[in-house]
Design a protein around this ligand. Structure first.
Ligand code: APR
Length: 238
């Protein structure tokens, strides 16, 4: 079924959440029992207040995610999506993930709605550094300002370019495939609806049901993304 939809589609956009990276060993945020927000309070580790008031704790949270991401990297599912882009089967990926795995796997048209852990930048002068600063525990800029991960914190605006490009791609898609997101965080969760309202077919592939399943043409729960993509890859292009 997924392969048929891919074969029939003229313009497919894939939309990924943290569930895309759990098979690389990075925990997601809201899975029952294993999600990060089961043990961490996002307001304490992923907010601007946390950055300004608890810099050390703030950086420890991101440092563990940067190190975990460096440990593993993209899995087969990321590689298949990069291959499908090369083959013209999909046109781009809108991702909420900050691990950089889609780009590392070779995907080119990647819209990072929540920024990236691959860089840090200075709150004062904006200067950018690589994320090796985490390992060096170097959290201050040459200008004396505080460095911060180049990710979107709760309460912050999304990066304008990624946001506008994501609207453009969602409006043009005739097939919109969600992979591994609870679709609970606005405004990132609006893109599947934008695509659907423009007449796209909506596919939601997620271990657990989401509130947006009611709008989807195809829902696949309780199966791993890696297996589903591998299976579809055997039947696309035929
Ligand atoms: N296969 C399929 N689905 C999976 C898999 C898998 N291997 N692993 C996890 N999932 C599903 C879970 O069931 C869960 O519903 O992925 C979903 C991930 O949802 P969240 O943890 O809420 O992640 P996401 O939707 O990306 O969160 C959005 O919230 O905390 C912020 O900024 C953070 O970008 C994140 C945003």
């Amino acid at each position: 079924m997924l392969a048929d939809l891919l074969n029939e589609s003229k313009r497919t956009i894939v939309y990924t959440g943290a569930g895309m990276s759990t098979e690389s060993g990075l925990p997601d945020f809201r899975s029952a029992k294993t999600g990060m927000w089961e043990t961490e309070d996002p307001a304490k580790v992923a907010s601007v207040t946390a950055l300004n008031q608890q810099v050390e704790q703030f950086f420890q949270f991101y440092k563990q995610r940067v190190l975990a991401a460096k440990e593993t990297g993209p899995h087969k599912g990321h590689d298949i999506l990069a291959k499908w882009e090369k083959e013209g089967l999909i046109n781009g990926i809108i991702t909420q993930n900050v691990d950089g795995f889609h780009t590392m796997a070779g995907s080119k048209n990647v819209m990072e709605l929540h920024g990236t852990l691959r860089k840090v930048h200075c709150e004062t002068c904006g200067k950018e550094y690589g994320n090796e600063r985490y390992e060096q525990d170097e959290f201050y800029c040459d200008c004396g300002g505080t460095l911060r991960p180049s990710v979107v914190l709760f309460g912050e605006m999304l990066p304008e370019e990624a946001f506008i490009q994501s609207i453009f791609e969602s409006e043009k898609a005739d097939l919109f495939i969600v992979l591994g997101s609870s679709l609970t965080v606005t405004p990132a969760n609006q893109f599947p609806l934008i695509a659907k309202e423009q007449g796209a077919k909506l596919v939601i592939i997620n271990m657990e049901p989401t509130e947006m399943d009611q709008f989807a043409d195809l829902v696949i729960n309780e199966r791993k993304i890696g297996e589903i993509l591998d299976e579809a890859d055997q039947n696309v292009g035929k």
